[in-house]
Ligand binder design. Sequence first.
Ligand code: LLP
Length: 438
Amino acid sequence: MSNSVNQNIKPIGTRRNKTGNLEISGCDITELAKKYGTPLYVVDEKTLKQIAKEYKNAFSSYKNVKMMYASKALMTGAIAQILHKEGFGFDVVSGGEIYTVHNAKIDLNCATFNGNNKTKDEIEMAINYGIGRISVDNFYELSLLNQILEEKNKKQEVLLRITPGIECHTHEYIQTGQIDSKFGFDLSQIDEAVDLILNKYKNIELKGLHAHIGSQIFETQVYYDEIGILIKELKRINDKYSLNLNEINIGGGLGITYTKEDCPPSVETIAKTIMEAIQENCKKYEIEEPILYIEPGRSIVGTAGVSIYTIGSTKQVPNGRKYIAVDGGMADNPRPIMYEAKYLAEIANNKQGSKREKVTVAGRFCESGDILIKDIELAEPKAGDILCIYNTGAYGYSMASNYNRVLKPAMVLVNNSQSDIIIKRETYEQLVQNDVLR
Ligand code: LLP
């Protein structure tokens, strides 16, 4: 396979086996469905490790790069452990993500705490666990953080999250770097924040700047522009305040290939752009190349993950669409209903000889908008067939809910013909465990 993992639709080692069934890493999808039930999230360990290695190799010539996996894409203890072994730290955005990393016996020193409204409890928790960096988002947080640090008599290294004023061409809801954004300090507010840190908030130690421009990005130019702004600001602040800030965190955002229309650059290409942009801007502004933090999420776990469903009822609208309904939907993958996200899928059991039919894959939730895939050609789908939807590793489980009081699916990790549960299927007892009866 010569493509970068994020340029593929399917996990490495996805093929039809001798029986005509779909398999991933030697695991027959229909067998997985039998053994673990459906809906089921499946994550291919080989694909996950391959993309982690691609990132490592692509940046190997850079003097100091810290790869921080964006936990929000998919966070479980096992995923954290695998990626940590591959050399990744973590971008964490909540007490829950911090606790999951801690629970996986990973030192939080390798993590950055991001977010536009971190609570006092969460900040205290992060500090207690020895978080590596906090990316401070706004003036309120600066003051709150310093107050907490004073109470604890501790110091904390931070980055300032800035809004670089760059619009990338992705869905409006997942753009983040534009000027009118809830995230970060406006460029015109940076000096006031630096002044406060240097003169008032003595327990806060500023190390550099952080930005994130958006998600599911296909253009390299936006990274180029973002880095230009980060380095220009770093130089300006260092000169004005006689500082030696030398860290930039450029966020995540590299896109993946959900359908054939998606053409994201390879990890190697994006890494080249990033390193060239740093080199050129550091030359231009006469500063040393900074320590670089990158925070990929979707491109790390997206392609490695698929969702498996069992097809149930079907409905042919007279002179209209044919709907096939599966046993999951918007609660285990809210991306289609939230962002009109598109996916590819195929029937996993052997359908040789079946003719292809255009159908719409509906979820089982009580909402007309709960459509997982509109108008896709599948091999004569029937009740009992197993459907495999590709590219659901990122922002599927992590955004899952219990809508309609439906249980959250299990997740299995597959590798070398072996499958292991990494998230157990929720039970009805767990569903009601926090209910208080009267
Ligand atoms: N760093 C920061 C500060 C972020 O806000 C994000 C994503 C990332 C890194 C990781 O970005 P990625 O490499 O995954 O694109 N739920 C949406 C995506 C929201 C992304 C939010 N921030 C979706 O399903 O498309």
